[in-house]
Design a protein. Structure first.
Length: 500
């Protein structure tokens, strides 16, 4: 039986944390290939439950923080030259290199190796994994797929070292490629065209699972200016609720998982016919599991009924897509998925359902093209004033998105910019007058506000809070003033003027 090795390579970055990371795309491909008769092996460099890794770390269990999230093992490595001025350690996160090599050497020689990829600027980890495979088996074909291979196809062809680069959704493409490399002829006209006809991701390839992840849909019907969902996942489609429930049941009952993260980009779309139905069924069978939504939820869709269902169904991690307090940006760049009013309404609905102050997080985007420091501070203050923790998301220009194009037009990047320079850890696009340390201060202020919140202290006067936050920055850093006025209907406890 032909043997296919699947590899989820390391993350190479200044920081990384395991918020329920699993290579779902690769696991879907693994399931398809398995069903087609291939023998499949998996090396997931980011699997913190790997028995050999735990032995290496002299641990019985991974050091988890909350809900089985935790820090990856890391090895500090030399920084790519491009990062020479960044005053931080650069590391390879995941399996130690020696362990990766040992795993390769103990495997039966594969007929094909499929490597996936995550963020575009993690490509050094991809390169190294492919290089290691080459050292072990110089004549085995290697194919690369995943996000980097999709968004930076030409770069991946030139620099990854793979023999084949597969972009976009790849279940069928991978099967066709592997078949042709193994000399197998097959009819593809019956290959599933709907998500429900695909086999579930091959989580059974893991010896041990701490948590699982699931997709109830793919893609997103909206198109925000910074987001690559459409390019990576294709048009929006959703699965039958029954199929999703059976998959969840399988993870909990057969694979003994008790934490599950939804990876959907648009989990709440059509929720009365989709997520609500799933959750009603989950509640009816009393599944003992916690749920998490690491991707942001669309605030305008969080009505009382779904908030209540999510609370009852044990959604423990709720992240809201707030992004910015600037109404213009909400309207034109964020597909109207959120407004200041709908954010407050969503938060109130979640509180009414049972969530407490400090249990909700909201994404606040910083360093967007054309965004002033003041806009960022307003956004942070507004989120904090609702009793919600601030989760900063630094903008990264993603090829193919509207903001990427804008950044090129504004001369901030070029078509040939090395993906390493789009790493959000280095704040790729900084407003005039700001520098790397400006953003360190923003991070510290956000952490401080979150801590205050957890201590029970909420600053409800948004304008005064912005004024206080601004004191930490120089006149040059503050730069231009934003015209942000928070609508009166949502500012019960706040002043209405910006008091610049
Ligand atoms: S709603 Fe979310 S997933 Fe959809 S386009 Fe906007 S950012 Fe992307």
């Amino acid at each position: 039986m032909p043997h296919v090795l699947l590899i989820n390579p390391w993350i190479t970055d200044f920081a990384a944390y395991d918020f329920w990371l699993k290579p779902l795309g690769l696991l879907y491909i693994g399931a398809v290939l398995k069903e087609a008769g291939y023998e499949i092996s998996l090396i997931d460099c980011l699997d913190r439950y790997d028995e050999e890794l735990l032995e290496y770390q002299q641990l019985r269990e991974p050091r988890n923080r909350f809900f089985k999230t935790g820090k990856f093992h890391r090895e500090i490595i030399e920084k790519p030259h491009i990062y020479r001025d960044v005053p931080r350690n650069y590391a390879r996160y995941g399996l130690p290199l020696s362990l990766f090599r040992s795993k390769l050497s103990h495997l039966r020689k594969p007929d094909v190796v499929l490597v996936t990829s995550g963020m575009t600027y993690w490509y050094p980890g991809v390169q190294q994994a492919i290089n290691e495979i080459r050292q072990q088996w110089p004549d085995v074909p290697v194919a690369l797929g995943g996000i980097y291979a999709t968004l930076c196809r030409e770069h991946a062809i030139q620099h990854s070292g793979a023999d084949f680069v597969v972009s976009g959704e790849a279940e069928l493409k991978a099967l066709q490629l592997v078949d042709s490399l193994c000399g197998i002829k097959r009819e593809y006209k019956n290959f599933p065209t709907s998500l429900d006809a695909l086999p579930w991701p091959a989580f059974d390839l893991y010896d041990r699972l701490g948590f699982a992840t699931i997709l109830t849909s793919r893609g997103c019907p909206l198109s925000c200016s910074f987001c690559a969902s459409r390019i990576v996942s294709g048009p929006y489609r959703w699965r039958y609720p029954e199929n999703v429930v059976h998959e969840l049941e399988y993870y909990v009952k057969k694979l003994c998982v008790d934490e599950i993260a939804f990876y959907d980009d648009a989990l709440l779309t059509n929720y009365r016919r989709h997520l609500s139905v799933i959750l009603e069924k989950i509640l009816a069978i009393n599944l003992p599991v916690n749920f998490h939504t690491p991707n942001g939820l669309q605030c305008k869709l969080i009505q009382e009924d779904i908030a209540e269902l999510m609370y009852r169904a044990n959604f423990k991690t709720i992240r809201l897509s707030y992004e910015s307090a600037n109404p213009e940006r909400q309207k034109f760049d964020m597909s109207k998925k959120v407004s200041n009013e709908s954010f407050v309404r969503a938060v109130n609905n979640l509180y009414k359902a049972g969530y407490k102050t400090g249990e909700l997080d909201a994404y606040v985007m910083i360093a967007l093209p054309g965004q002033t420091l003041e806009e960022m501070l307003w956004s942070m203050a507004f989120v904090h004033a609702q009793g919600v923790k601030i989760r900063l998301a630094t903008f990264s220009p993603i090829p193919g998105t509207m903001d990427y194009q804008r950044a090129i037009e504004q001369g901030l990047i070029t078509e040939n910019t090395d993906p390493l320079l789009t790493n959000n850890s280095i704040v790729p696009i900084k407003p005039k007058g700001t520098n790397y340390h400006t953003f360190e201060k923003i991070n510290l202020l956000a952490k401080g506000l979150n801590q205050e919140l957890l201590n029970g202290q909420i600053y409800k006067d948004v304008a005064s809070l912005v004024k206080y936050l601004k004191r930490h920055f120089t006149h040059e850093e503050i730069g231009g003033q934003s015209n942000i006025t928070i609508p009166s209907l949502v500012t019960r406890n706040t002043q209405l003027t910006t008091n610049n």
